[in-house]
Design a protein around this ligand. Structure first.
Ligand code: COA
Length: 385
């Protein structure tokens, strides 16, 4: 039992029925539904309910939940004041972590998490879920205006979650295809088994910390470049390459230096990440809609993927979800340093599902360690050192 595996690679940290991955076959499913099926037919609101409740809602349940999300879009005046006082050049993930943690002070009530029994105040759990999920995207969108010295754009009630996010972010009613692509991006990033940020959720949830602290911890874990930041790197790489004719030389040079190609490869998938295939299809649809008037980086991206397939497929390395998402976000008018905050908005659905699953059958996490320090020794007074 005491074998140490760095990064706990391959060590089950929990039992969960929320999502599963078959990396050999390139399958991802939420609650048993394939990601392709959800991307084609669901919405972020419905997928969030599926993740949290374990089943697809009926029409009335979905309408009620969507309405609750709409009613919780407005952000308190004091929160806006707090945001206005944050440094404009801070990273948006740092802003998000700060603001989400502050929400605990505005929305108390976590006393019901007593630990006596599994938390059975379902009202508290549901209401808090709505409060957090509904506020994530307005906070991110508001920050884009506040950090640039403007007042934020007020939310609209007649737009769905993805549309309202883009509306608040850009100040313009979004193009319907781009809004649908954003909706699908939110579905695709909503959950991915036990990764670093979800593990942070489990550990924090197990102490019965308030749910704002739980999500704050997850945002912190996601902010690291080894977890949430790869799509920003992809965009920088595509810009650096510039034109399709430079791709082969760029890729070969990097591979010769044993450097990675951003947006390629995934620890879990040994074939193409199913989410990348979905995004590629949406991108093709978008290119078709735009006619000839497209960002030349789309062509660079396609060439990088085909060159990498030639060089890396034999190692089981293919495009991952981050390869195309940054390009699409750019078309929506979103700057690269906000890509990870979008990931956080979406993953909040999965994080909250894991928070709820942990509470339903909780035991505090308390792993052990293998001590590698000094043997017992005697304290040496300072004058004798
Ligand atoms: N570019 C070039 N080579 C890559 C690669 C990439 N993006 N990803 C993996 N490889 C190579 C490895 O160097 C290794 O080669 P070797 O056998 O000759 O040493 C081989 O493929 C197997 O990869 P492995 O080391 O098992 O991958 P991993 O599971 O440890 O790493 C990632 C997975 C995601 C960390 C890695 O693929 C990566 O850094 N990708 C780029 C960053 C990225 O896009 N991250 C977002 C993930 S969603």
């Amino acid at each position: 039992m005491s074998e140490y595996l760095p990064g706990l690679a391959g060590v089950p940290a929990t039992k969960s029925n929320i999502s599963d991955i078959d990396g050999e076959k390139g399958i991802l499913a939420y609650r048993g539904y394939s990601i392709e099926d959800l991307a084609a037919n669901s919405t972020f609101e419905e997928t969030a309910m599926l993740l949290m409740d374990g089943r697809l809602p009926n029409r009335i349940e979905l309408e009620n939940f969507s309405l609750q999300l709409v009613e919780n879009r407005r952000i308190k005046f004091h929160t806006r004041g707090l945001m206005k006082n944050l440094p404009a050049n801070g990273h948006p993930m740092e802003m998000l972590q700060t603001v989400v943690s502050s929400l605990a002070m505005f929305y108390p009530g976590s006393e019901c998490l007593t630990g006596d029994t599994a938390c059975n105040d379902l009202n508290y759990i549901h209401n808090t879920t709505v409060k957090i999920l509904a506020r994530m995207s307005p906070i991110v969108a508001m920050w884009e205006h506040i950090r640039n010295g403007y007042d934020p754009v007020k939310p609209r009630e007649n737009l769905n979650y993805a549309e309202n996010f883009l509306y608040m972010f850009t100040g313009k009613k979004p193009d319907p295809l781009l809004a649908r692509i954003m909706d699908v991006c939110l579905i695709l990033h909503a959950e991915h088994t036990i990764n670093a940020s979800t593990f942070a959720v489990l550990v924090n949830a197990s102490t019965l910390a308030n749910p704002y602290s739980v999500i704050t911890a997850a945002i912190g874990a996601l902010s690291g470049p080894l977890h949430g930041g790869a799509n920003q790197k992809v965009l920088e790489m595509l810009r650096e390459i510039g034109t399709p004719d430079k791709v082969e030389e760029y890729v070969d040079k990097r591979l010769a230096k044993k450097e990675v190609i951003w947006g390629m490869g995934h620890r879990e998938y040994k074939t193409k990440d199913p989410r990348a295939t979905i995004l590629q299809r949406l991108m093709d649809q978008f290119i078709e809609q735009k006619g000839g008037d497209i960002n030349p980086l789309f062509e660079v991206a396609k060439t990088v993927e085909s060159v990498c397939e030639d060089r890396l497929a034999k190692k089981g390395v293919y495009a991952n979800v981050d390869f195309y998402s940054g390009l699409l976000y750019t078309e929506m008018g979103i700057p690269p340093d906000q890509f990870t905050t979008i990931f956080a908005i979406s993953r909040t659905a999965g994080w909250l599902a894991h928070w709820r699953e942990q509470l339903a059958d909780n035991r505090i996490f308390r792993p052990t360690q293998i001590y590698t320090g000094e043997p017992r020794r005697k304290y040496v007074p300072i004058e004798k050192r």
